[in-house]
Design a binder for this molecule. Structure first.
Ligand code: ADP
Length: 543
């Protein structure tokens, strides 16, 4: 017997290895990765166990057993690397079958023939043992190294593509553990002896499994690997419990028995608390994961809906555009005929009632044409087709023209219409007609929704490059709710407005906003509340 110290560690490593392997297997025997992990544990246990046998018994099959075990372990490691944490591609069945059969046959060859291990021990030191190798030893070495490198590369590759955070952490830990373990064991057991004749550290190889065990353990407890935290804790608590019971019965005196029983009872209480704690932690994590999953699903759904919405919006605009073209022509023809009839081209209309009815029809047709044109403008701008004819214009002219057109309306309601120009330079690069349309809607609204007082239009230069127009009235005002929705879309009307003006359509502001946006400007509104007047602001860049 060479040294006691490594043997004890070998034994413990072997036990923990088997223990972990079984725990993973028992958790979900039907899952492939659990079964593969179990087989890796079995293979490495044979490898460690073989060396242990070689160390502590005169039985001289230990070396062969350990080589065969190592081969099985590395084959299942490669397979595991293809399945864990997810399967990237389907592995063709013939390759799988071939790999399995080849590895098992090779293992039996190692075990039963002198082709790989000819003589178990020809030399031995505290940390190494060397035998005499057979003709297939190089083939074994190459096959082992190929499987090992393949497995590690697979895992590295997956690390790059993995998306789920938890799986990434599990993989990272497993990869660190297995690379350290395989690096140490292949260096001491294969590469150094084979290429440099250094075998004196070969017994350290199996100890390398401690790395894999350690990192797997961390991944299990921290990142829920294999989902066996509870079983693991239960088994550990159970094992320590059994040891404590044995201690009670083997205690030398009654006093010691009582003390040991006390320790056992305390341990049971703490063990129970520990298991319950782990269990709760898992529940909590599972719930968090569920919430995260639901959130992810909702986000995806929202994105899909937004895309669908955009598509439908485009289709709608396209539809409106086409329909309007078809509506406008017949409407213009009707308007033309009505105007000619009323102009007396086809003879005088003697009946006053018919005359009035025709006038009303002409007015209604004109309103319809304006409406269709407004819709056409909106959809053209929304589709990016409404080109602006930008030129150097004076904002004062725009506002004066609007005021001139709306003055009769204000006078009819006995409202003042004030203009204040605070800025000196009112030149802008803009589309005169479009801008006029935008301000017309705003000032028209201000007059329409004001019964007493009036409207004040003010132009200031806000920054060197922008002009700010405010249209302030003393009318019906707006609630917070109205303010929040009027610019959002077509047909949005406030409750206050609906009460005083039944025929409004909720189109004007939308058009103004579309036109101001197209000029690179901003539009917003403010009001102290219903009955307290409103102010609409338009900010326009000069260039
Ligand atoms: P309409 O005036 O036909 O309802 P608009 O698009 O011009 O449509 O205006 C949308 C809504 O914005 C109005 O229904 C009203 O609630 C609110 N609004 C616009 N201008 C004013 C204003 N000067 N005073 C109070 N409310 C206004």
């Amino acid at each position: 017997m060479i040294s006691f110290f490594p043997n004890i560690i070998f034994f413990l490593t072997l036990l923990i290895n088997l223990f972990l392997g079984f725990a993973v297997f028992l958790k979900s025997p039907q899952k492939l990765i659990n079964r593969l992990y179990f087989l890796i544990s079995l293979g490495s246990s044979l490898w460690i166990g073989g060396l242990l046998l070689l160390n502590v018994t005169p039985w001289n099959l230990g070396g062969r057993l350990s080589f065969a075990g190592a081969l099985l372990a590395i084959w299942f490691f490669l397979w595991f690397s293809l399945e864990f944490p997810f399967r990237e591609k389907e592995i063709p069945l013939p390759i799988l079958l071939f790999g399995n059969i080849f590895t098992v046959i090779f293992s039996f060859i190692i075990l039963l023939s002198p082709l790989v291990v000819q003589k178990e021990v020809i030399n031995e030191t505290a940390f190494g043992v060397v035998g005499k190798f057979g003709v297939l030893y190089p083939a074994f070495g190459i096959y082992f190294l190929l499987l090992m490198i393949g497995g590690i590369l697979n895992l590295f590759h997956k690390l790059k593509t993995i998306k789920k955070e938890l799986e990434r952490k599990q993989l990272e830990y497993f990869l660190i553990g297995s690379t350290l373990t395989l690096g140490l064991s292949s260096a001491t057991n294969l590469i150094l002896p084979f290429f440099r004749g250094i075998w004196q550290y070969s017994k350290l190889g199996p100890l390398g499994t401690i790395f894999l065990l350690f990192f797997t353990f961390l991944a299990i407890t921290r990142y829920h690997l294999f989902g066996i935290e509870v079983i693991l804790t239960e088994l550990l608590v159970g094992m320590i419990g059994i040891l404590l019971i044995v201690q009670i019965f083997t205690a030398p005196t009654v006093l010691w028995r009582i003390v040991n029983s006390g320790i056992f009872i305390l341990f049971c209480i703490f063990g129970y608390l520990l298991i319950r704690g782990v269990f709760r932690e898992i529940r909590r994590r599972e719930e968090l994961e569920k919430i995260a999953q639901r959130e992810r699903a909702l986000r995806e759904e929202a994105e899909r809906l937004a895309q669908e919405f955009q598509r439908l919006d485009k289709v709608k605009n396209q539809f409106i555009l086409t329909t309007q073209h078809h509506l406008r022509t017949p409407l213009s023809i009707i308007k033309g005929y009505l105007a000619t009839i009323l102009g007396g081209i086809y003879g005088e209309i003697k009946n006053q009632k018919i005359n009035q009815a025709l006038k009303n029809t002409l007015l209604a047709t004109q309103r319809l044409i304006t409406l269709v044109n407004e819709f056409l403008d909106i959809s053209q701008f929304q589709l990016g087709k409404g080109a602006l004819k930008k030129e150097e214009i004076n904002l004062k002219d725009v506002l004066n023209e609007v005021a001139c057109e709306l003055k009769p309306e204000a006078e009819k309601k006995k409202l003042y219409l004030k203009m204040i120009f605070k800025a000196k330079d009112l030149k802008l690069k803009a589309d005169f007609q479009r801008l006029k349309e935008a301000f017309f809607n705003l000032i028209d609204n201000a007059i329409k929704y004001t019964q007493k007082g009036g409207v004040e239009i003010k132009v200031e230069s806000k920054a060197p490059e922008t002009l700010l127009v405010s249209i302030k009235d003393t009318g019906i005002g707006m609630s917070k709710e109205t303010l929040s929705k009027i610019f959002k879309g077509l047909f949005e009307r406030g409750k206050e407005a609906e009460a005083v003006e039944l025929t409004g359509k909720g189109i004007g502001l939308f058009i103004s906003k579309t036109l101001i946006d197209a000029h690179g400007g901003k539009i917003w509104a403010d009001s102290q509340g219903p009955g307290k007047g409103s102010t609409f602001f338009v900010e326009l860049p000069k260039k």
